[in-house]
Design a protein around this ligand. Sequence first.
Ligand code: ZN
Length: 518
Amino acid sequence: MKRTLSIFLLIFSFAVNAQFSPQDKKLTEKFFPDFDLEINTPAFAKKKGFTTYDELMAFINEKVSAHPELISYTFIGESQKGKKIPLLSLSNGKSDKKKTKVWMQGGLHGNEPASTEGLLYLIDRLLEDPEQQLLFDDIALQIIPMANIDGYEKQDRYAANGLDLNRDQTKLNAPESVSLKQAFSDFGPDVALDFHEYRPFRRDFARMSEWGITAAYDVMFLYSGNLNIPQELRQFTEEEFVNPAKEKIKANGLSSYDYITSTDYHGETHFNLGAVNPRSSATSYALSNCISTLIEVRGVGIGRTSYKRRVFTTFTIAQSYLQSAQAKADQIKQVLERTENPSAQAIVVKSSRKVRSGKIAVIDIGRNELDSMEVIIRDALHSKATLKRERPSAYLILPGNEAAIAKLKTLGMSIQQLSNGQSMEVEAYTITEYNRKTHSYEGVYPQEVEAKLEIKMVSFPAGTYVISLKQRRSNLSTAVLEPEATSSFIYFEVIKTDLGEELPIYRYLKTKEIQGLK
Ligand SMILES: [Zn+2]
């Protein structure tokens, strides 16, 4: 009896340990030894836990009173539990007009603490190191260090109402998403970084090899493969921002890879590489015509293990992007000007990933050795269009769809309205396939549709909304308004429809500008 109990306790304590500290010391020491480094941010002023909201605000206020000429802040809104979300602006006295605008955010997922702490370390270094301050001659920097405050306070991924804020970038159903996106649109950055951490011990990893495997990369880079982001912008992002940051990571003895994550594909484990879906920030920001990357540091679920190493990794990438932004300022302006209005390009409504085999580095936990594993990769960076459409010169949306209009405005779209009723030849969508999912996803019941297009004369009432595609974020408008697109307003039930119905969204294809707008 005693023996059974002690075995039970042994197993129980092992299970508890595995949950709270799944990473063996041997593994940490061999592959991820912590850095010996002085970091003057709130979490490192204490032995355990992470930066609280109050500590964050105290840190910010201290920096503002020490450097009022370099840093200021405003609140962009409130978390669901009523905590005000700070947005920091870092710049010097010189006019911001010609500067490259850089946006950085952390803590969108509340259990990825190195994202927030890395940005606080960046702020500390930018303000306390006189050499770093030279960056502000060329760069205007805005930082949201803790985007999901309620989640962060509990070290929980989700916002207080259970929504994943990085699946909410087009439907904007959480108040934090609206505040964040509005601040992003108002600033209109040229370069945007969203910092995260990833979970190195996954359920499906436990089944691979005898004792399971764990992820081997200190950090992964997620830059979008969405085909509506002009090729030139995708390439520029990779060559001038991602690659130099990878070099600096390597020079510091850290390892990196393009973002991969395991996924169940009809019972087999495959690896998704990259992303195309605008429900998440990397693609959403890139479709707003800016240089965008999401950073995943190895950290979720391992507490404060190698925490300085993780914070330093975050900081190193942030600093590298600032250096690239400064060094390439002229080129950035030119590229973004060219990619702003891709008028000749067809719209890719749907795409598929390239399926290929490839090798990834993993750590075999039992042997405590680095391994190379042959896997099936579903590669979003080499996507292929499966549904294309001619690019309209404008979308028209009937009055009565104000929820969609409000979201378009938050996404940064400039919208006009017809002063008087008028008839126009447009393309109308009729829903030919309709499948409303029976289980909810992120608080909605997605509508999967197929639509047929038909040219017809439609009599539009006064007040009809007109969204011209001659604007900076036009690619984002196609992502939410083409009904079959993967995170569209139809998919996310912002506009409800049914089989056989005509949508209240129309495509205006003529080059002659629509008259009578207000
Ligand atoms: Zn995350």
